[in-house]
Design a protein around this ligand. Structure first.
Ligand SMILES: Nc1ncnc2c1ncn2[C@@H]1O[C@H](COP(=O)(O)OP(=O)(O)OP(=O)(O)O)[C@@H](O)[C@H]1O
Ligand SMILES: [Mg+2]
Length: 331
C-alpha cells in the first residue's frame, strides 16, 4: 500500500516545503518517493528544480494539471508527467541537487488551477484528483507519496491533500498567531469532514521555527508541551534573558493557546518531543540545491540528532521505519 503523507499549514512560510524535502531526502534510500507539489505557486518545484526547469516542464506538459486535463481523453501514465531528480541536469545543467534526490520523483502543479476549480464547482475535486492519480499508476511505482500544499487561506489545496487519508502533518510556529490559526483550521476541517460523514484524520503537529527569533516561544513550548530543542547555545540565551512585562504577557497567552490547541482537539491531534532543527543547511539557500559547494557540509551533531529523532518519529506515525544506520546528513 502506498503511504500518503499530506503536509499542511494554517499560516504561510512555516516550513511545509522544507519538511516535504527533508522527508523525501531521508526516505529515498529505502523507499520509492513521489513528491506532489499541490501548491499553485509551485514553491517546491521551483526550489528543487529551478525556474528554467519548471518552464520547460510546462512546455512539455509535465504537470499535475496537464495530467488531469489529459485524463479526460483517455488513460494517463504518471511517468509522462513527473520528473526524477537525476533528470534535472538535462533541463538546467547549472543545478546541483543533493544526490539523495536522484531517485525522488516530482509532480509539478502546472498552471490553471483557478479555471479547473471554476469548471468543477459542484464536484468533489479531491476525489477527482486522486482518481486520476491512482489511475495513472502511482501505487505500483511509489511506496510513499508526500503532498506539499498551499496554506489553508485557500482551503481547496489542503482539502485535496486530505482526501481519503487517516493522518496529516501540520507545520506551525509556536506563536500566538500560528496557534490560533491552526486551531481554527483544525476546527474547520473537522467540521467539514463530519458534515460530509468522512472520517476525520489525525493531525500530527510539527513545530518549526528559528529559536533565536522566537526565544520566549521556544521556552513556553517546552514548558507547556514538553517539546524540546537540543540546543545548548539557545538554552544559554534563555537563562540570561530578563523577563519583561511583554514577555510575561506573550508567555501567558501562548500557554493558553497551546493548551487549547492540544487539549480541545486531543482526539484528533498528536505531536512529539522535538521540533525540526533550524539551520541554514536546510534553508532554501542550500537545500536541496546546494548552490555553494562547501568542502565540509556537515551540520552540528545536535541538529543531526534532532532531525533524525523528529523525522523518524514522524514517519513512524505513518507506519514507516526510517533506516538510521547511516549518517543521513553527510553528503
Ligand atoms: N528548519 C529550517 N531551517 C532553516 N530554514 C528554514 C527551515 N524551515 C524553513 N526555513 C526557511 O523558511 C522559509 C519558508 O520555508 P518553506 O518555504 O519551507 O515554508 P512553506 O510553509 O512551504 O511556505 P509557503 O506557505 O509559502 O509554501 C524558507 O526560506 C526556508 O528556507
Ligand atoms: Mg511551500
Amino acid at each position: 500500500m502506498t503511504v500518503v503523507i499530506p503536509i499542511i499549514s494554517a499560516a504561510g512560510g512555516v516550513g511545509k516545503t522544507t519538511l516535504s524535502l527533508m522527508l523525501s531526502y531521508v526516505l529515498s534510500p529505502n523507499y520509492r518517493v513521489l513528491l506532489i507539489d499541490m501548491d499553485p505557486t509551485a514553491g517546491l518545484t521551483l526550489r528543487m528544480l529551478g525556474d528554467l526547469t519548471y518552464q520547460r516542464l510546462l512546455s512539455e506538459r509535465k504537470s499535475l494539471m496537464d495530467m488531469i486535463r489529459d485524463d479526460e481523453h483517455g488513460n494517463v501514465n504518471i511517468r509522462n508527467y513527473m520528473i526524477y531528480g537525476r533528470q534535472v541536469k538535462s533541463y538546467d545543467d547549472e543545478i546541483i541537487l543533493y544526490p539523495q534526490f536522484n531517485e525522488v520523483a516530482v509532480l509539478s502543479p502546472g498552471e490553471g488551477f483557478d479555471e479547473f476549480f471554476a469548471e468543477n464547482q459542484n464536484i468533489d475535486v479531491g476525489k477527482m484528483v486522486w482518481k486520476v492519480l491512482h489511475r495513472s499508476g502511482i501505487d505500483g511505482l511509489f511506496d510513499v507519496v508526500i503532498v506539499d500544499t498551499a496554506p489553508f487561506f485557500d482551503k481547496r489545496y489542503t482539502l485535496i491533500a486530505l482526501y481519503d487519508v487517516t493522518r496529516a502533518v501540520v507545520v506551525l510556529r509556536p506563536t500566538l498567531t500560528d496557534t490560533n490559526r491552526t486551531n481554527t483550521m483544525i476546527n474547520k476541517i473537522t467540521g467539514l469532514f463530519r458534515k460530509m460523514d468522512e472520517k476525520v484524520p489525525v493531525f500530527t503537529l510539527v513545530f518549526n521555527f528559528d529559536p533565536n527569533k522566537y526565544v520566549i516561544e521556544a521556552k513556553t513550548l517546552s514548558d507547556v508541551l514538553k517539546v524540546q530543542r537540543i540546543d545548548i547555545e539557545n538554552s544559554g540565551r534563555l537563562v540570561s534573558m530578563s523577563i519583561t512585562g511583554r514577555t510575561r504577557k506573550v508567555d501567558e497567552m501562548l500557554r493558553r493557546n497551546l493548551e487549547a490547541l492540544v487539549k480541545l482537539n486531543n482526539s484528533v491531534i498528536d505531536y512529539f518531543n522535538y521540533v525540526l532543527p533550524h539551520n541554514v543547511r536546510f534553508s532554501d539557500e542550500s537545500f536541496p540545491q546546494d548552490n555553494h559547494v562547501i568542502a565540509d557540509r556537515r551540520i552540528s551533531d545536535n541538529d543531526r540528532a534532532v532531525l533524525q529523532v523528529t523525522l523518524s518519529n514522524l514517519v513512524n506515525r505513518f507506519g514507516i521505519k526510517l533506516n538510521l544506520g547511516y549518517d543521513i546528513l553527510t553528503v
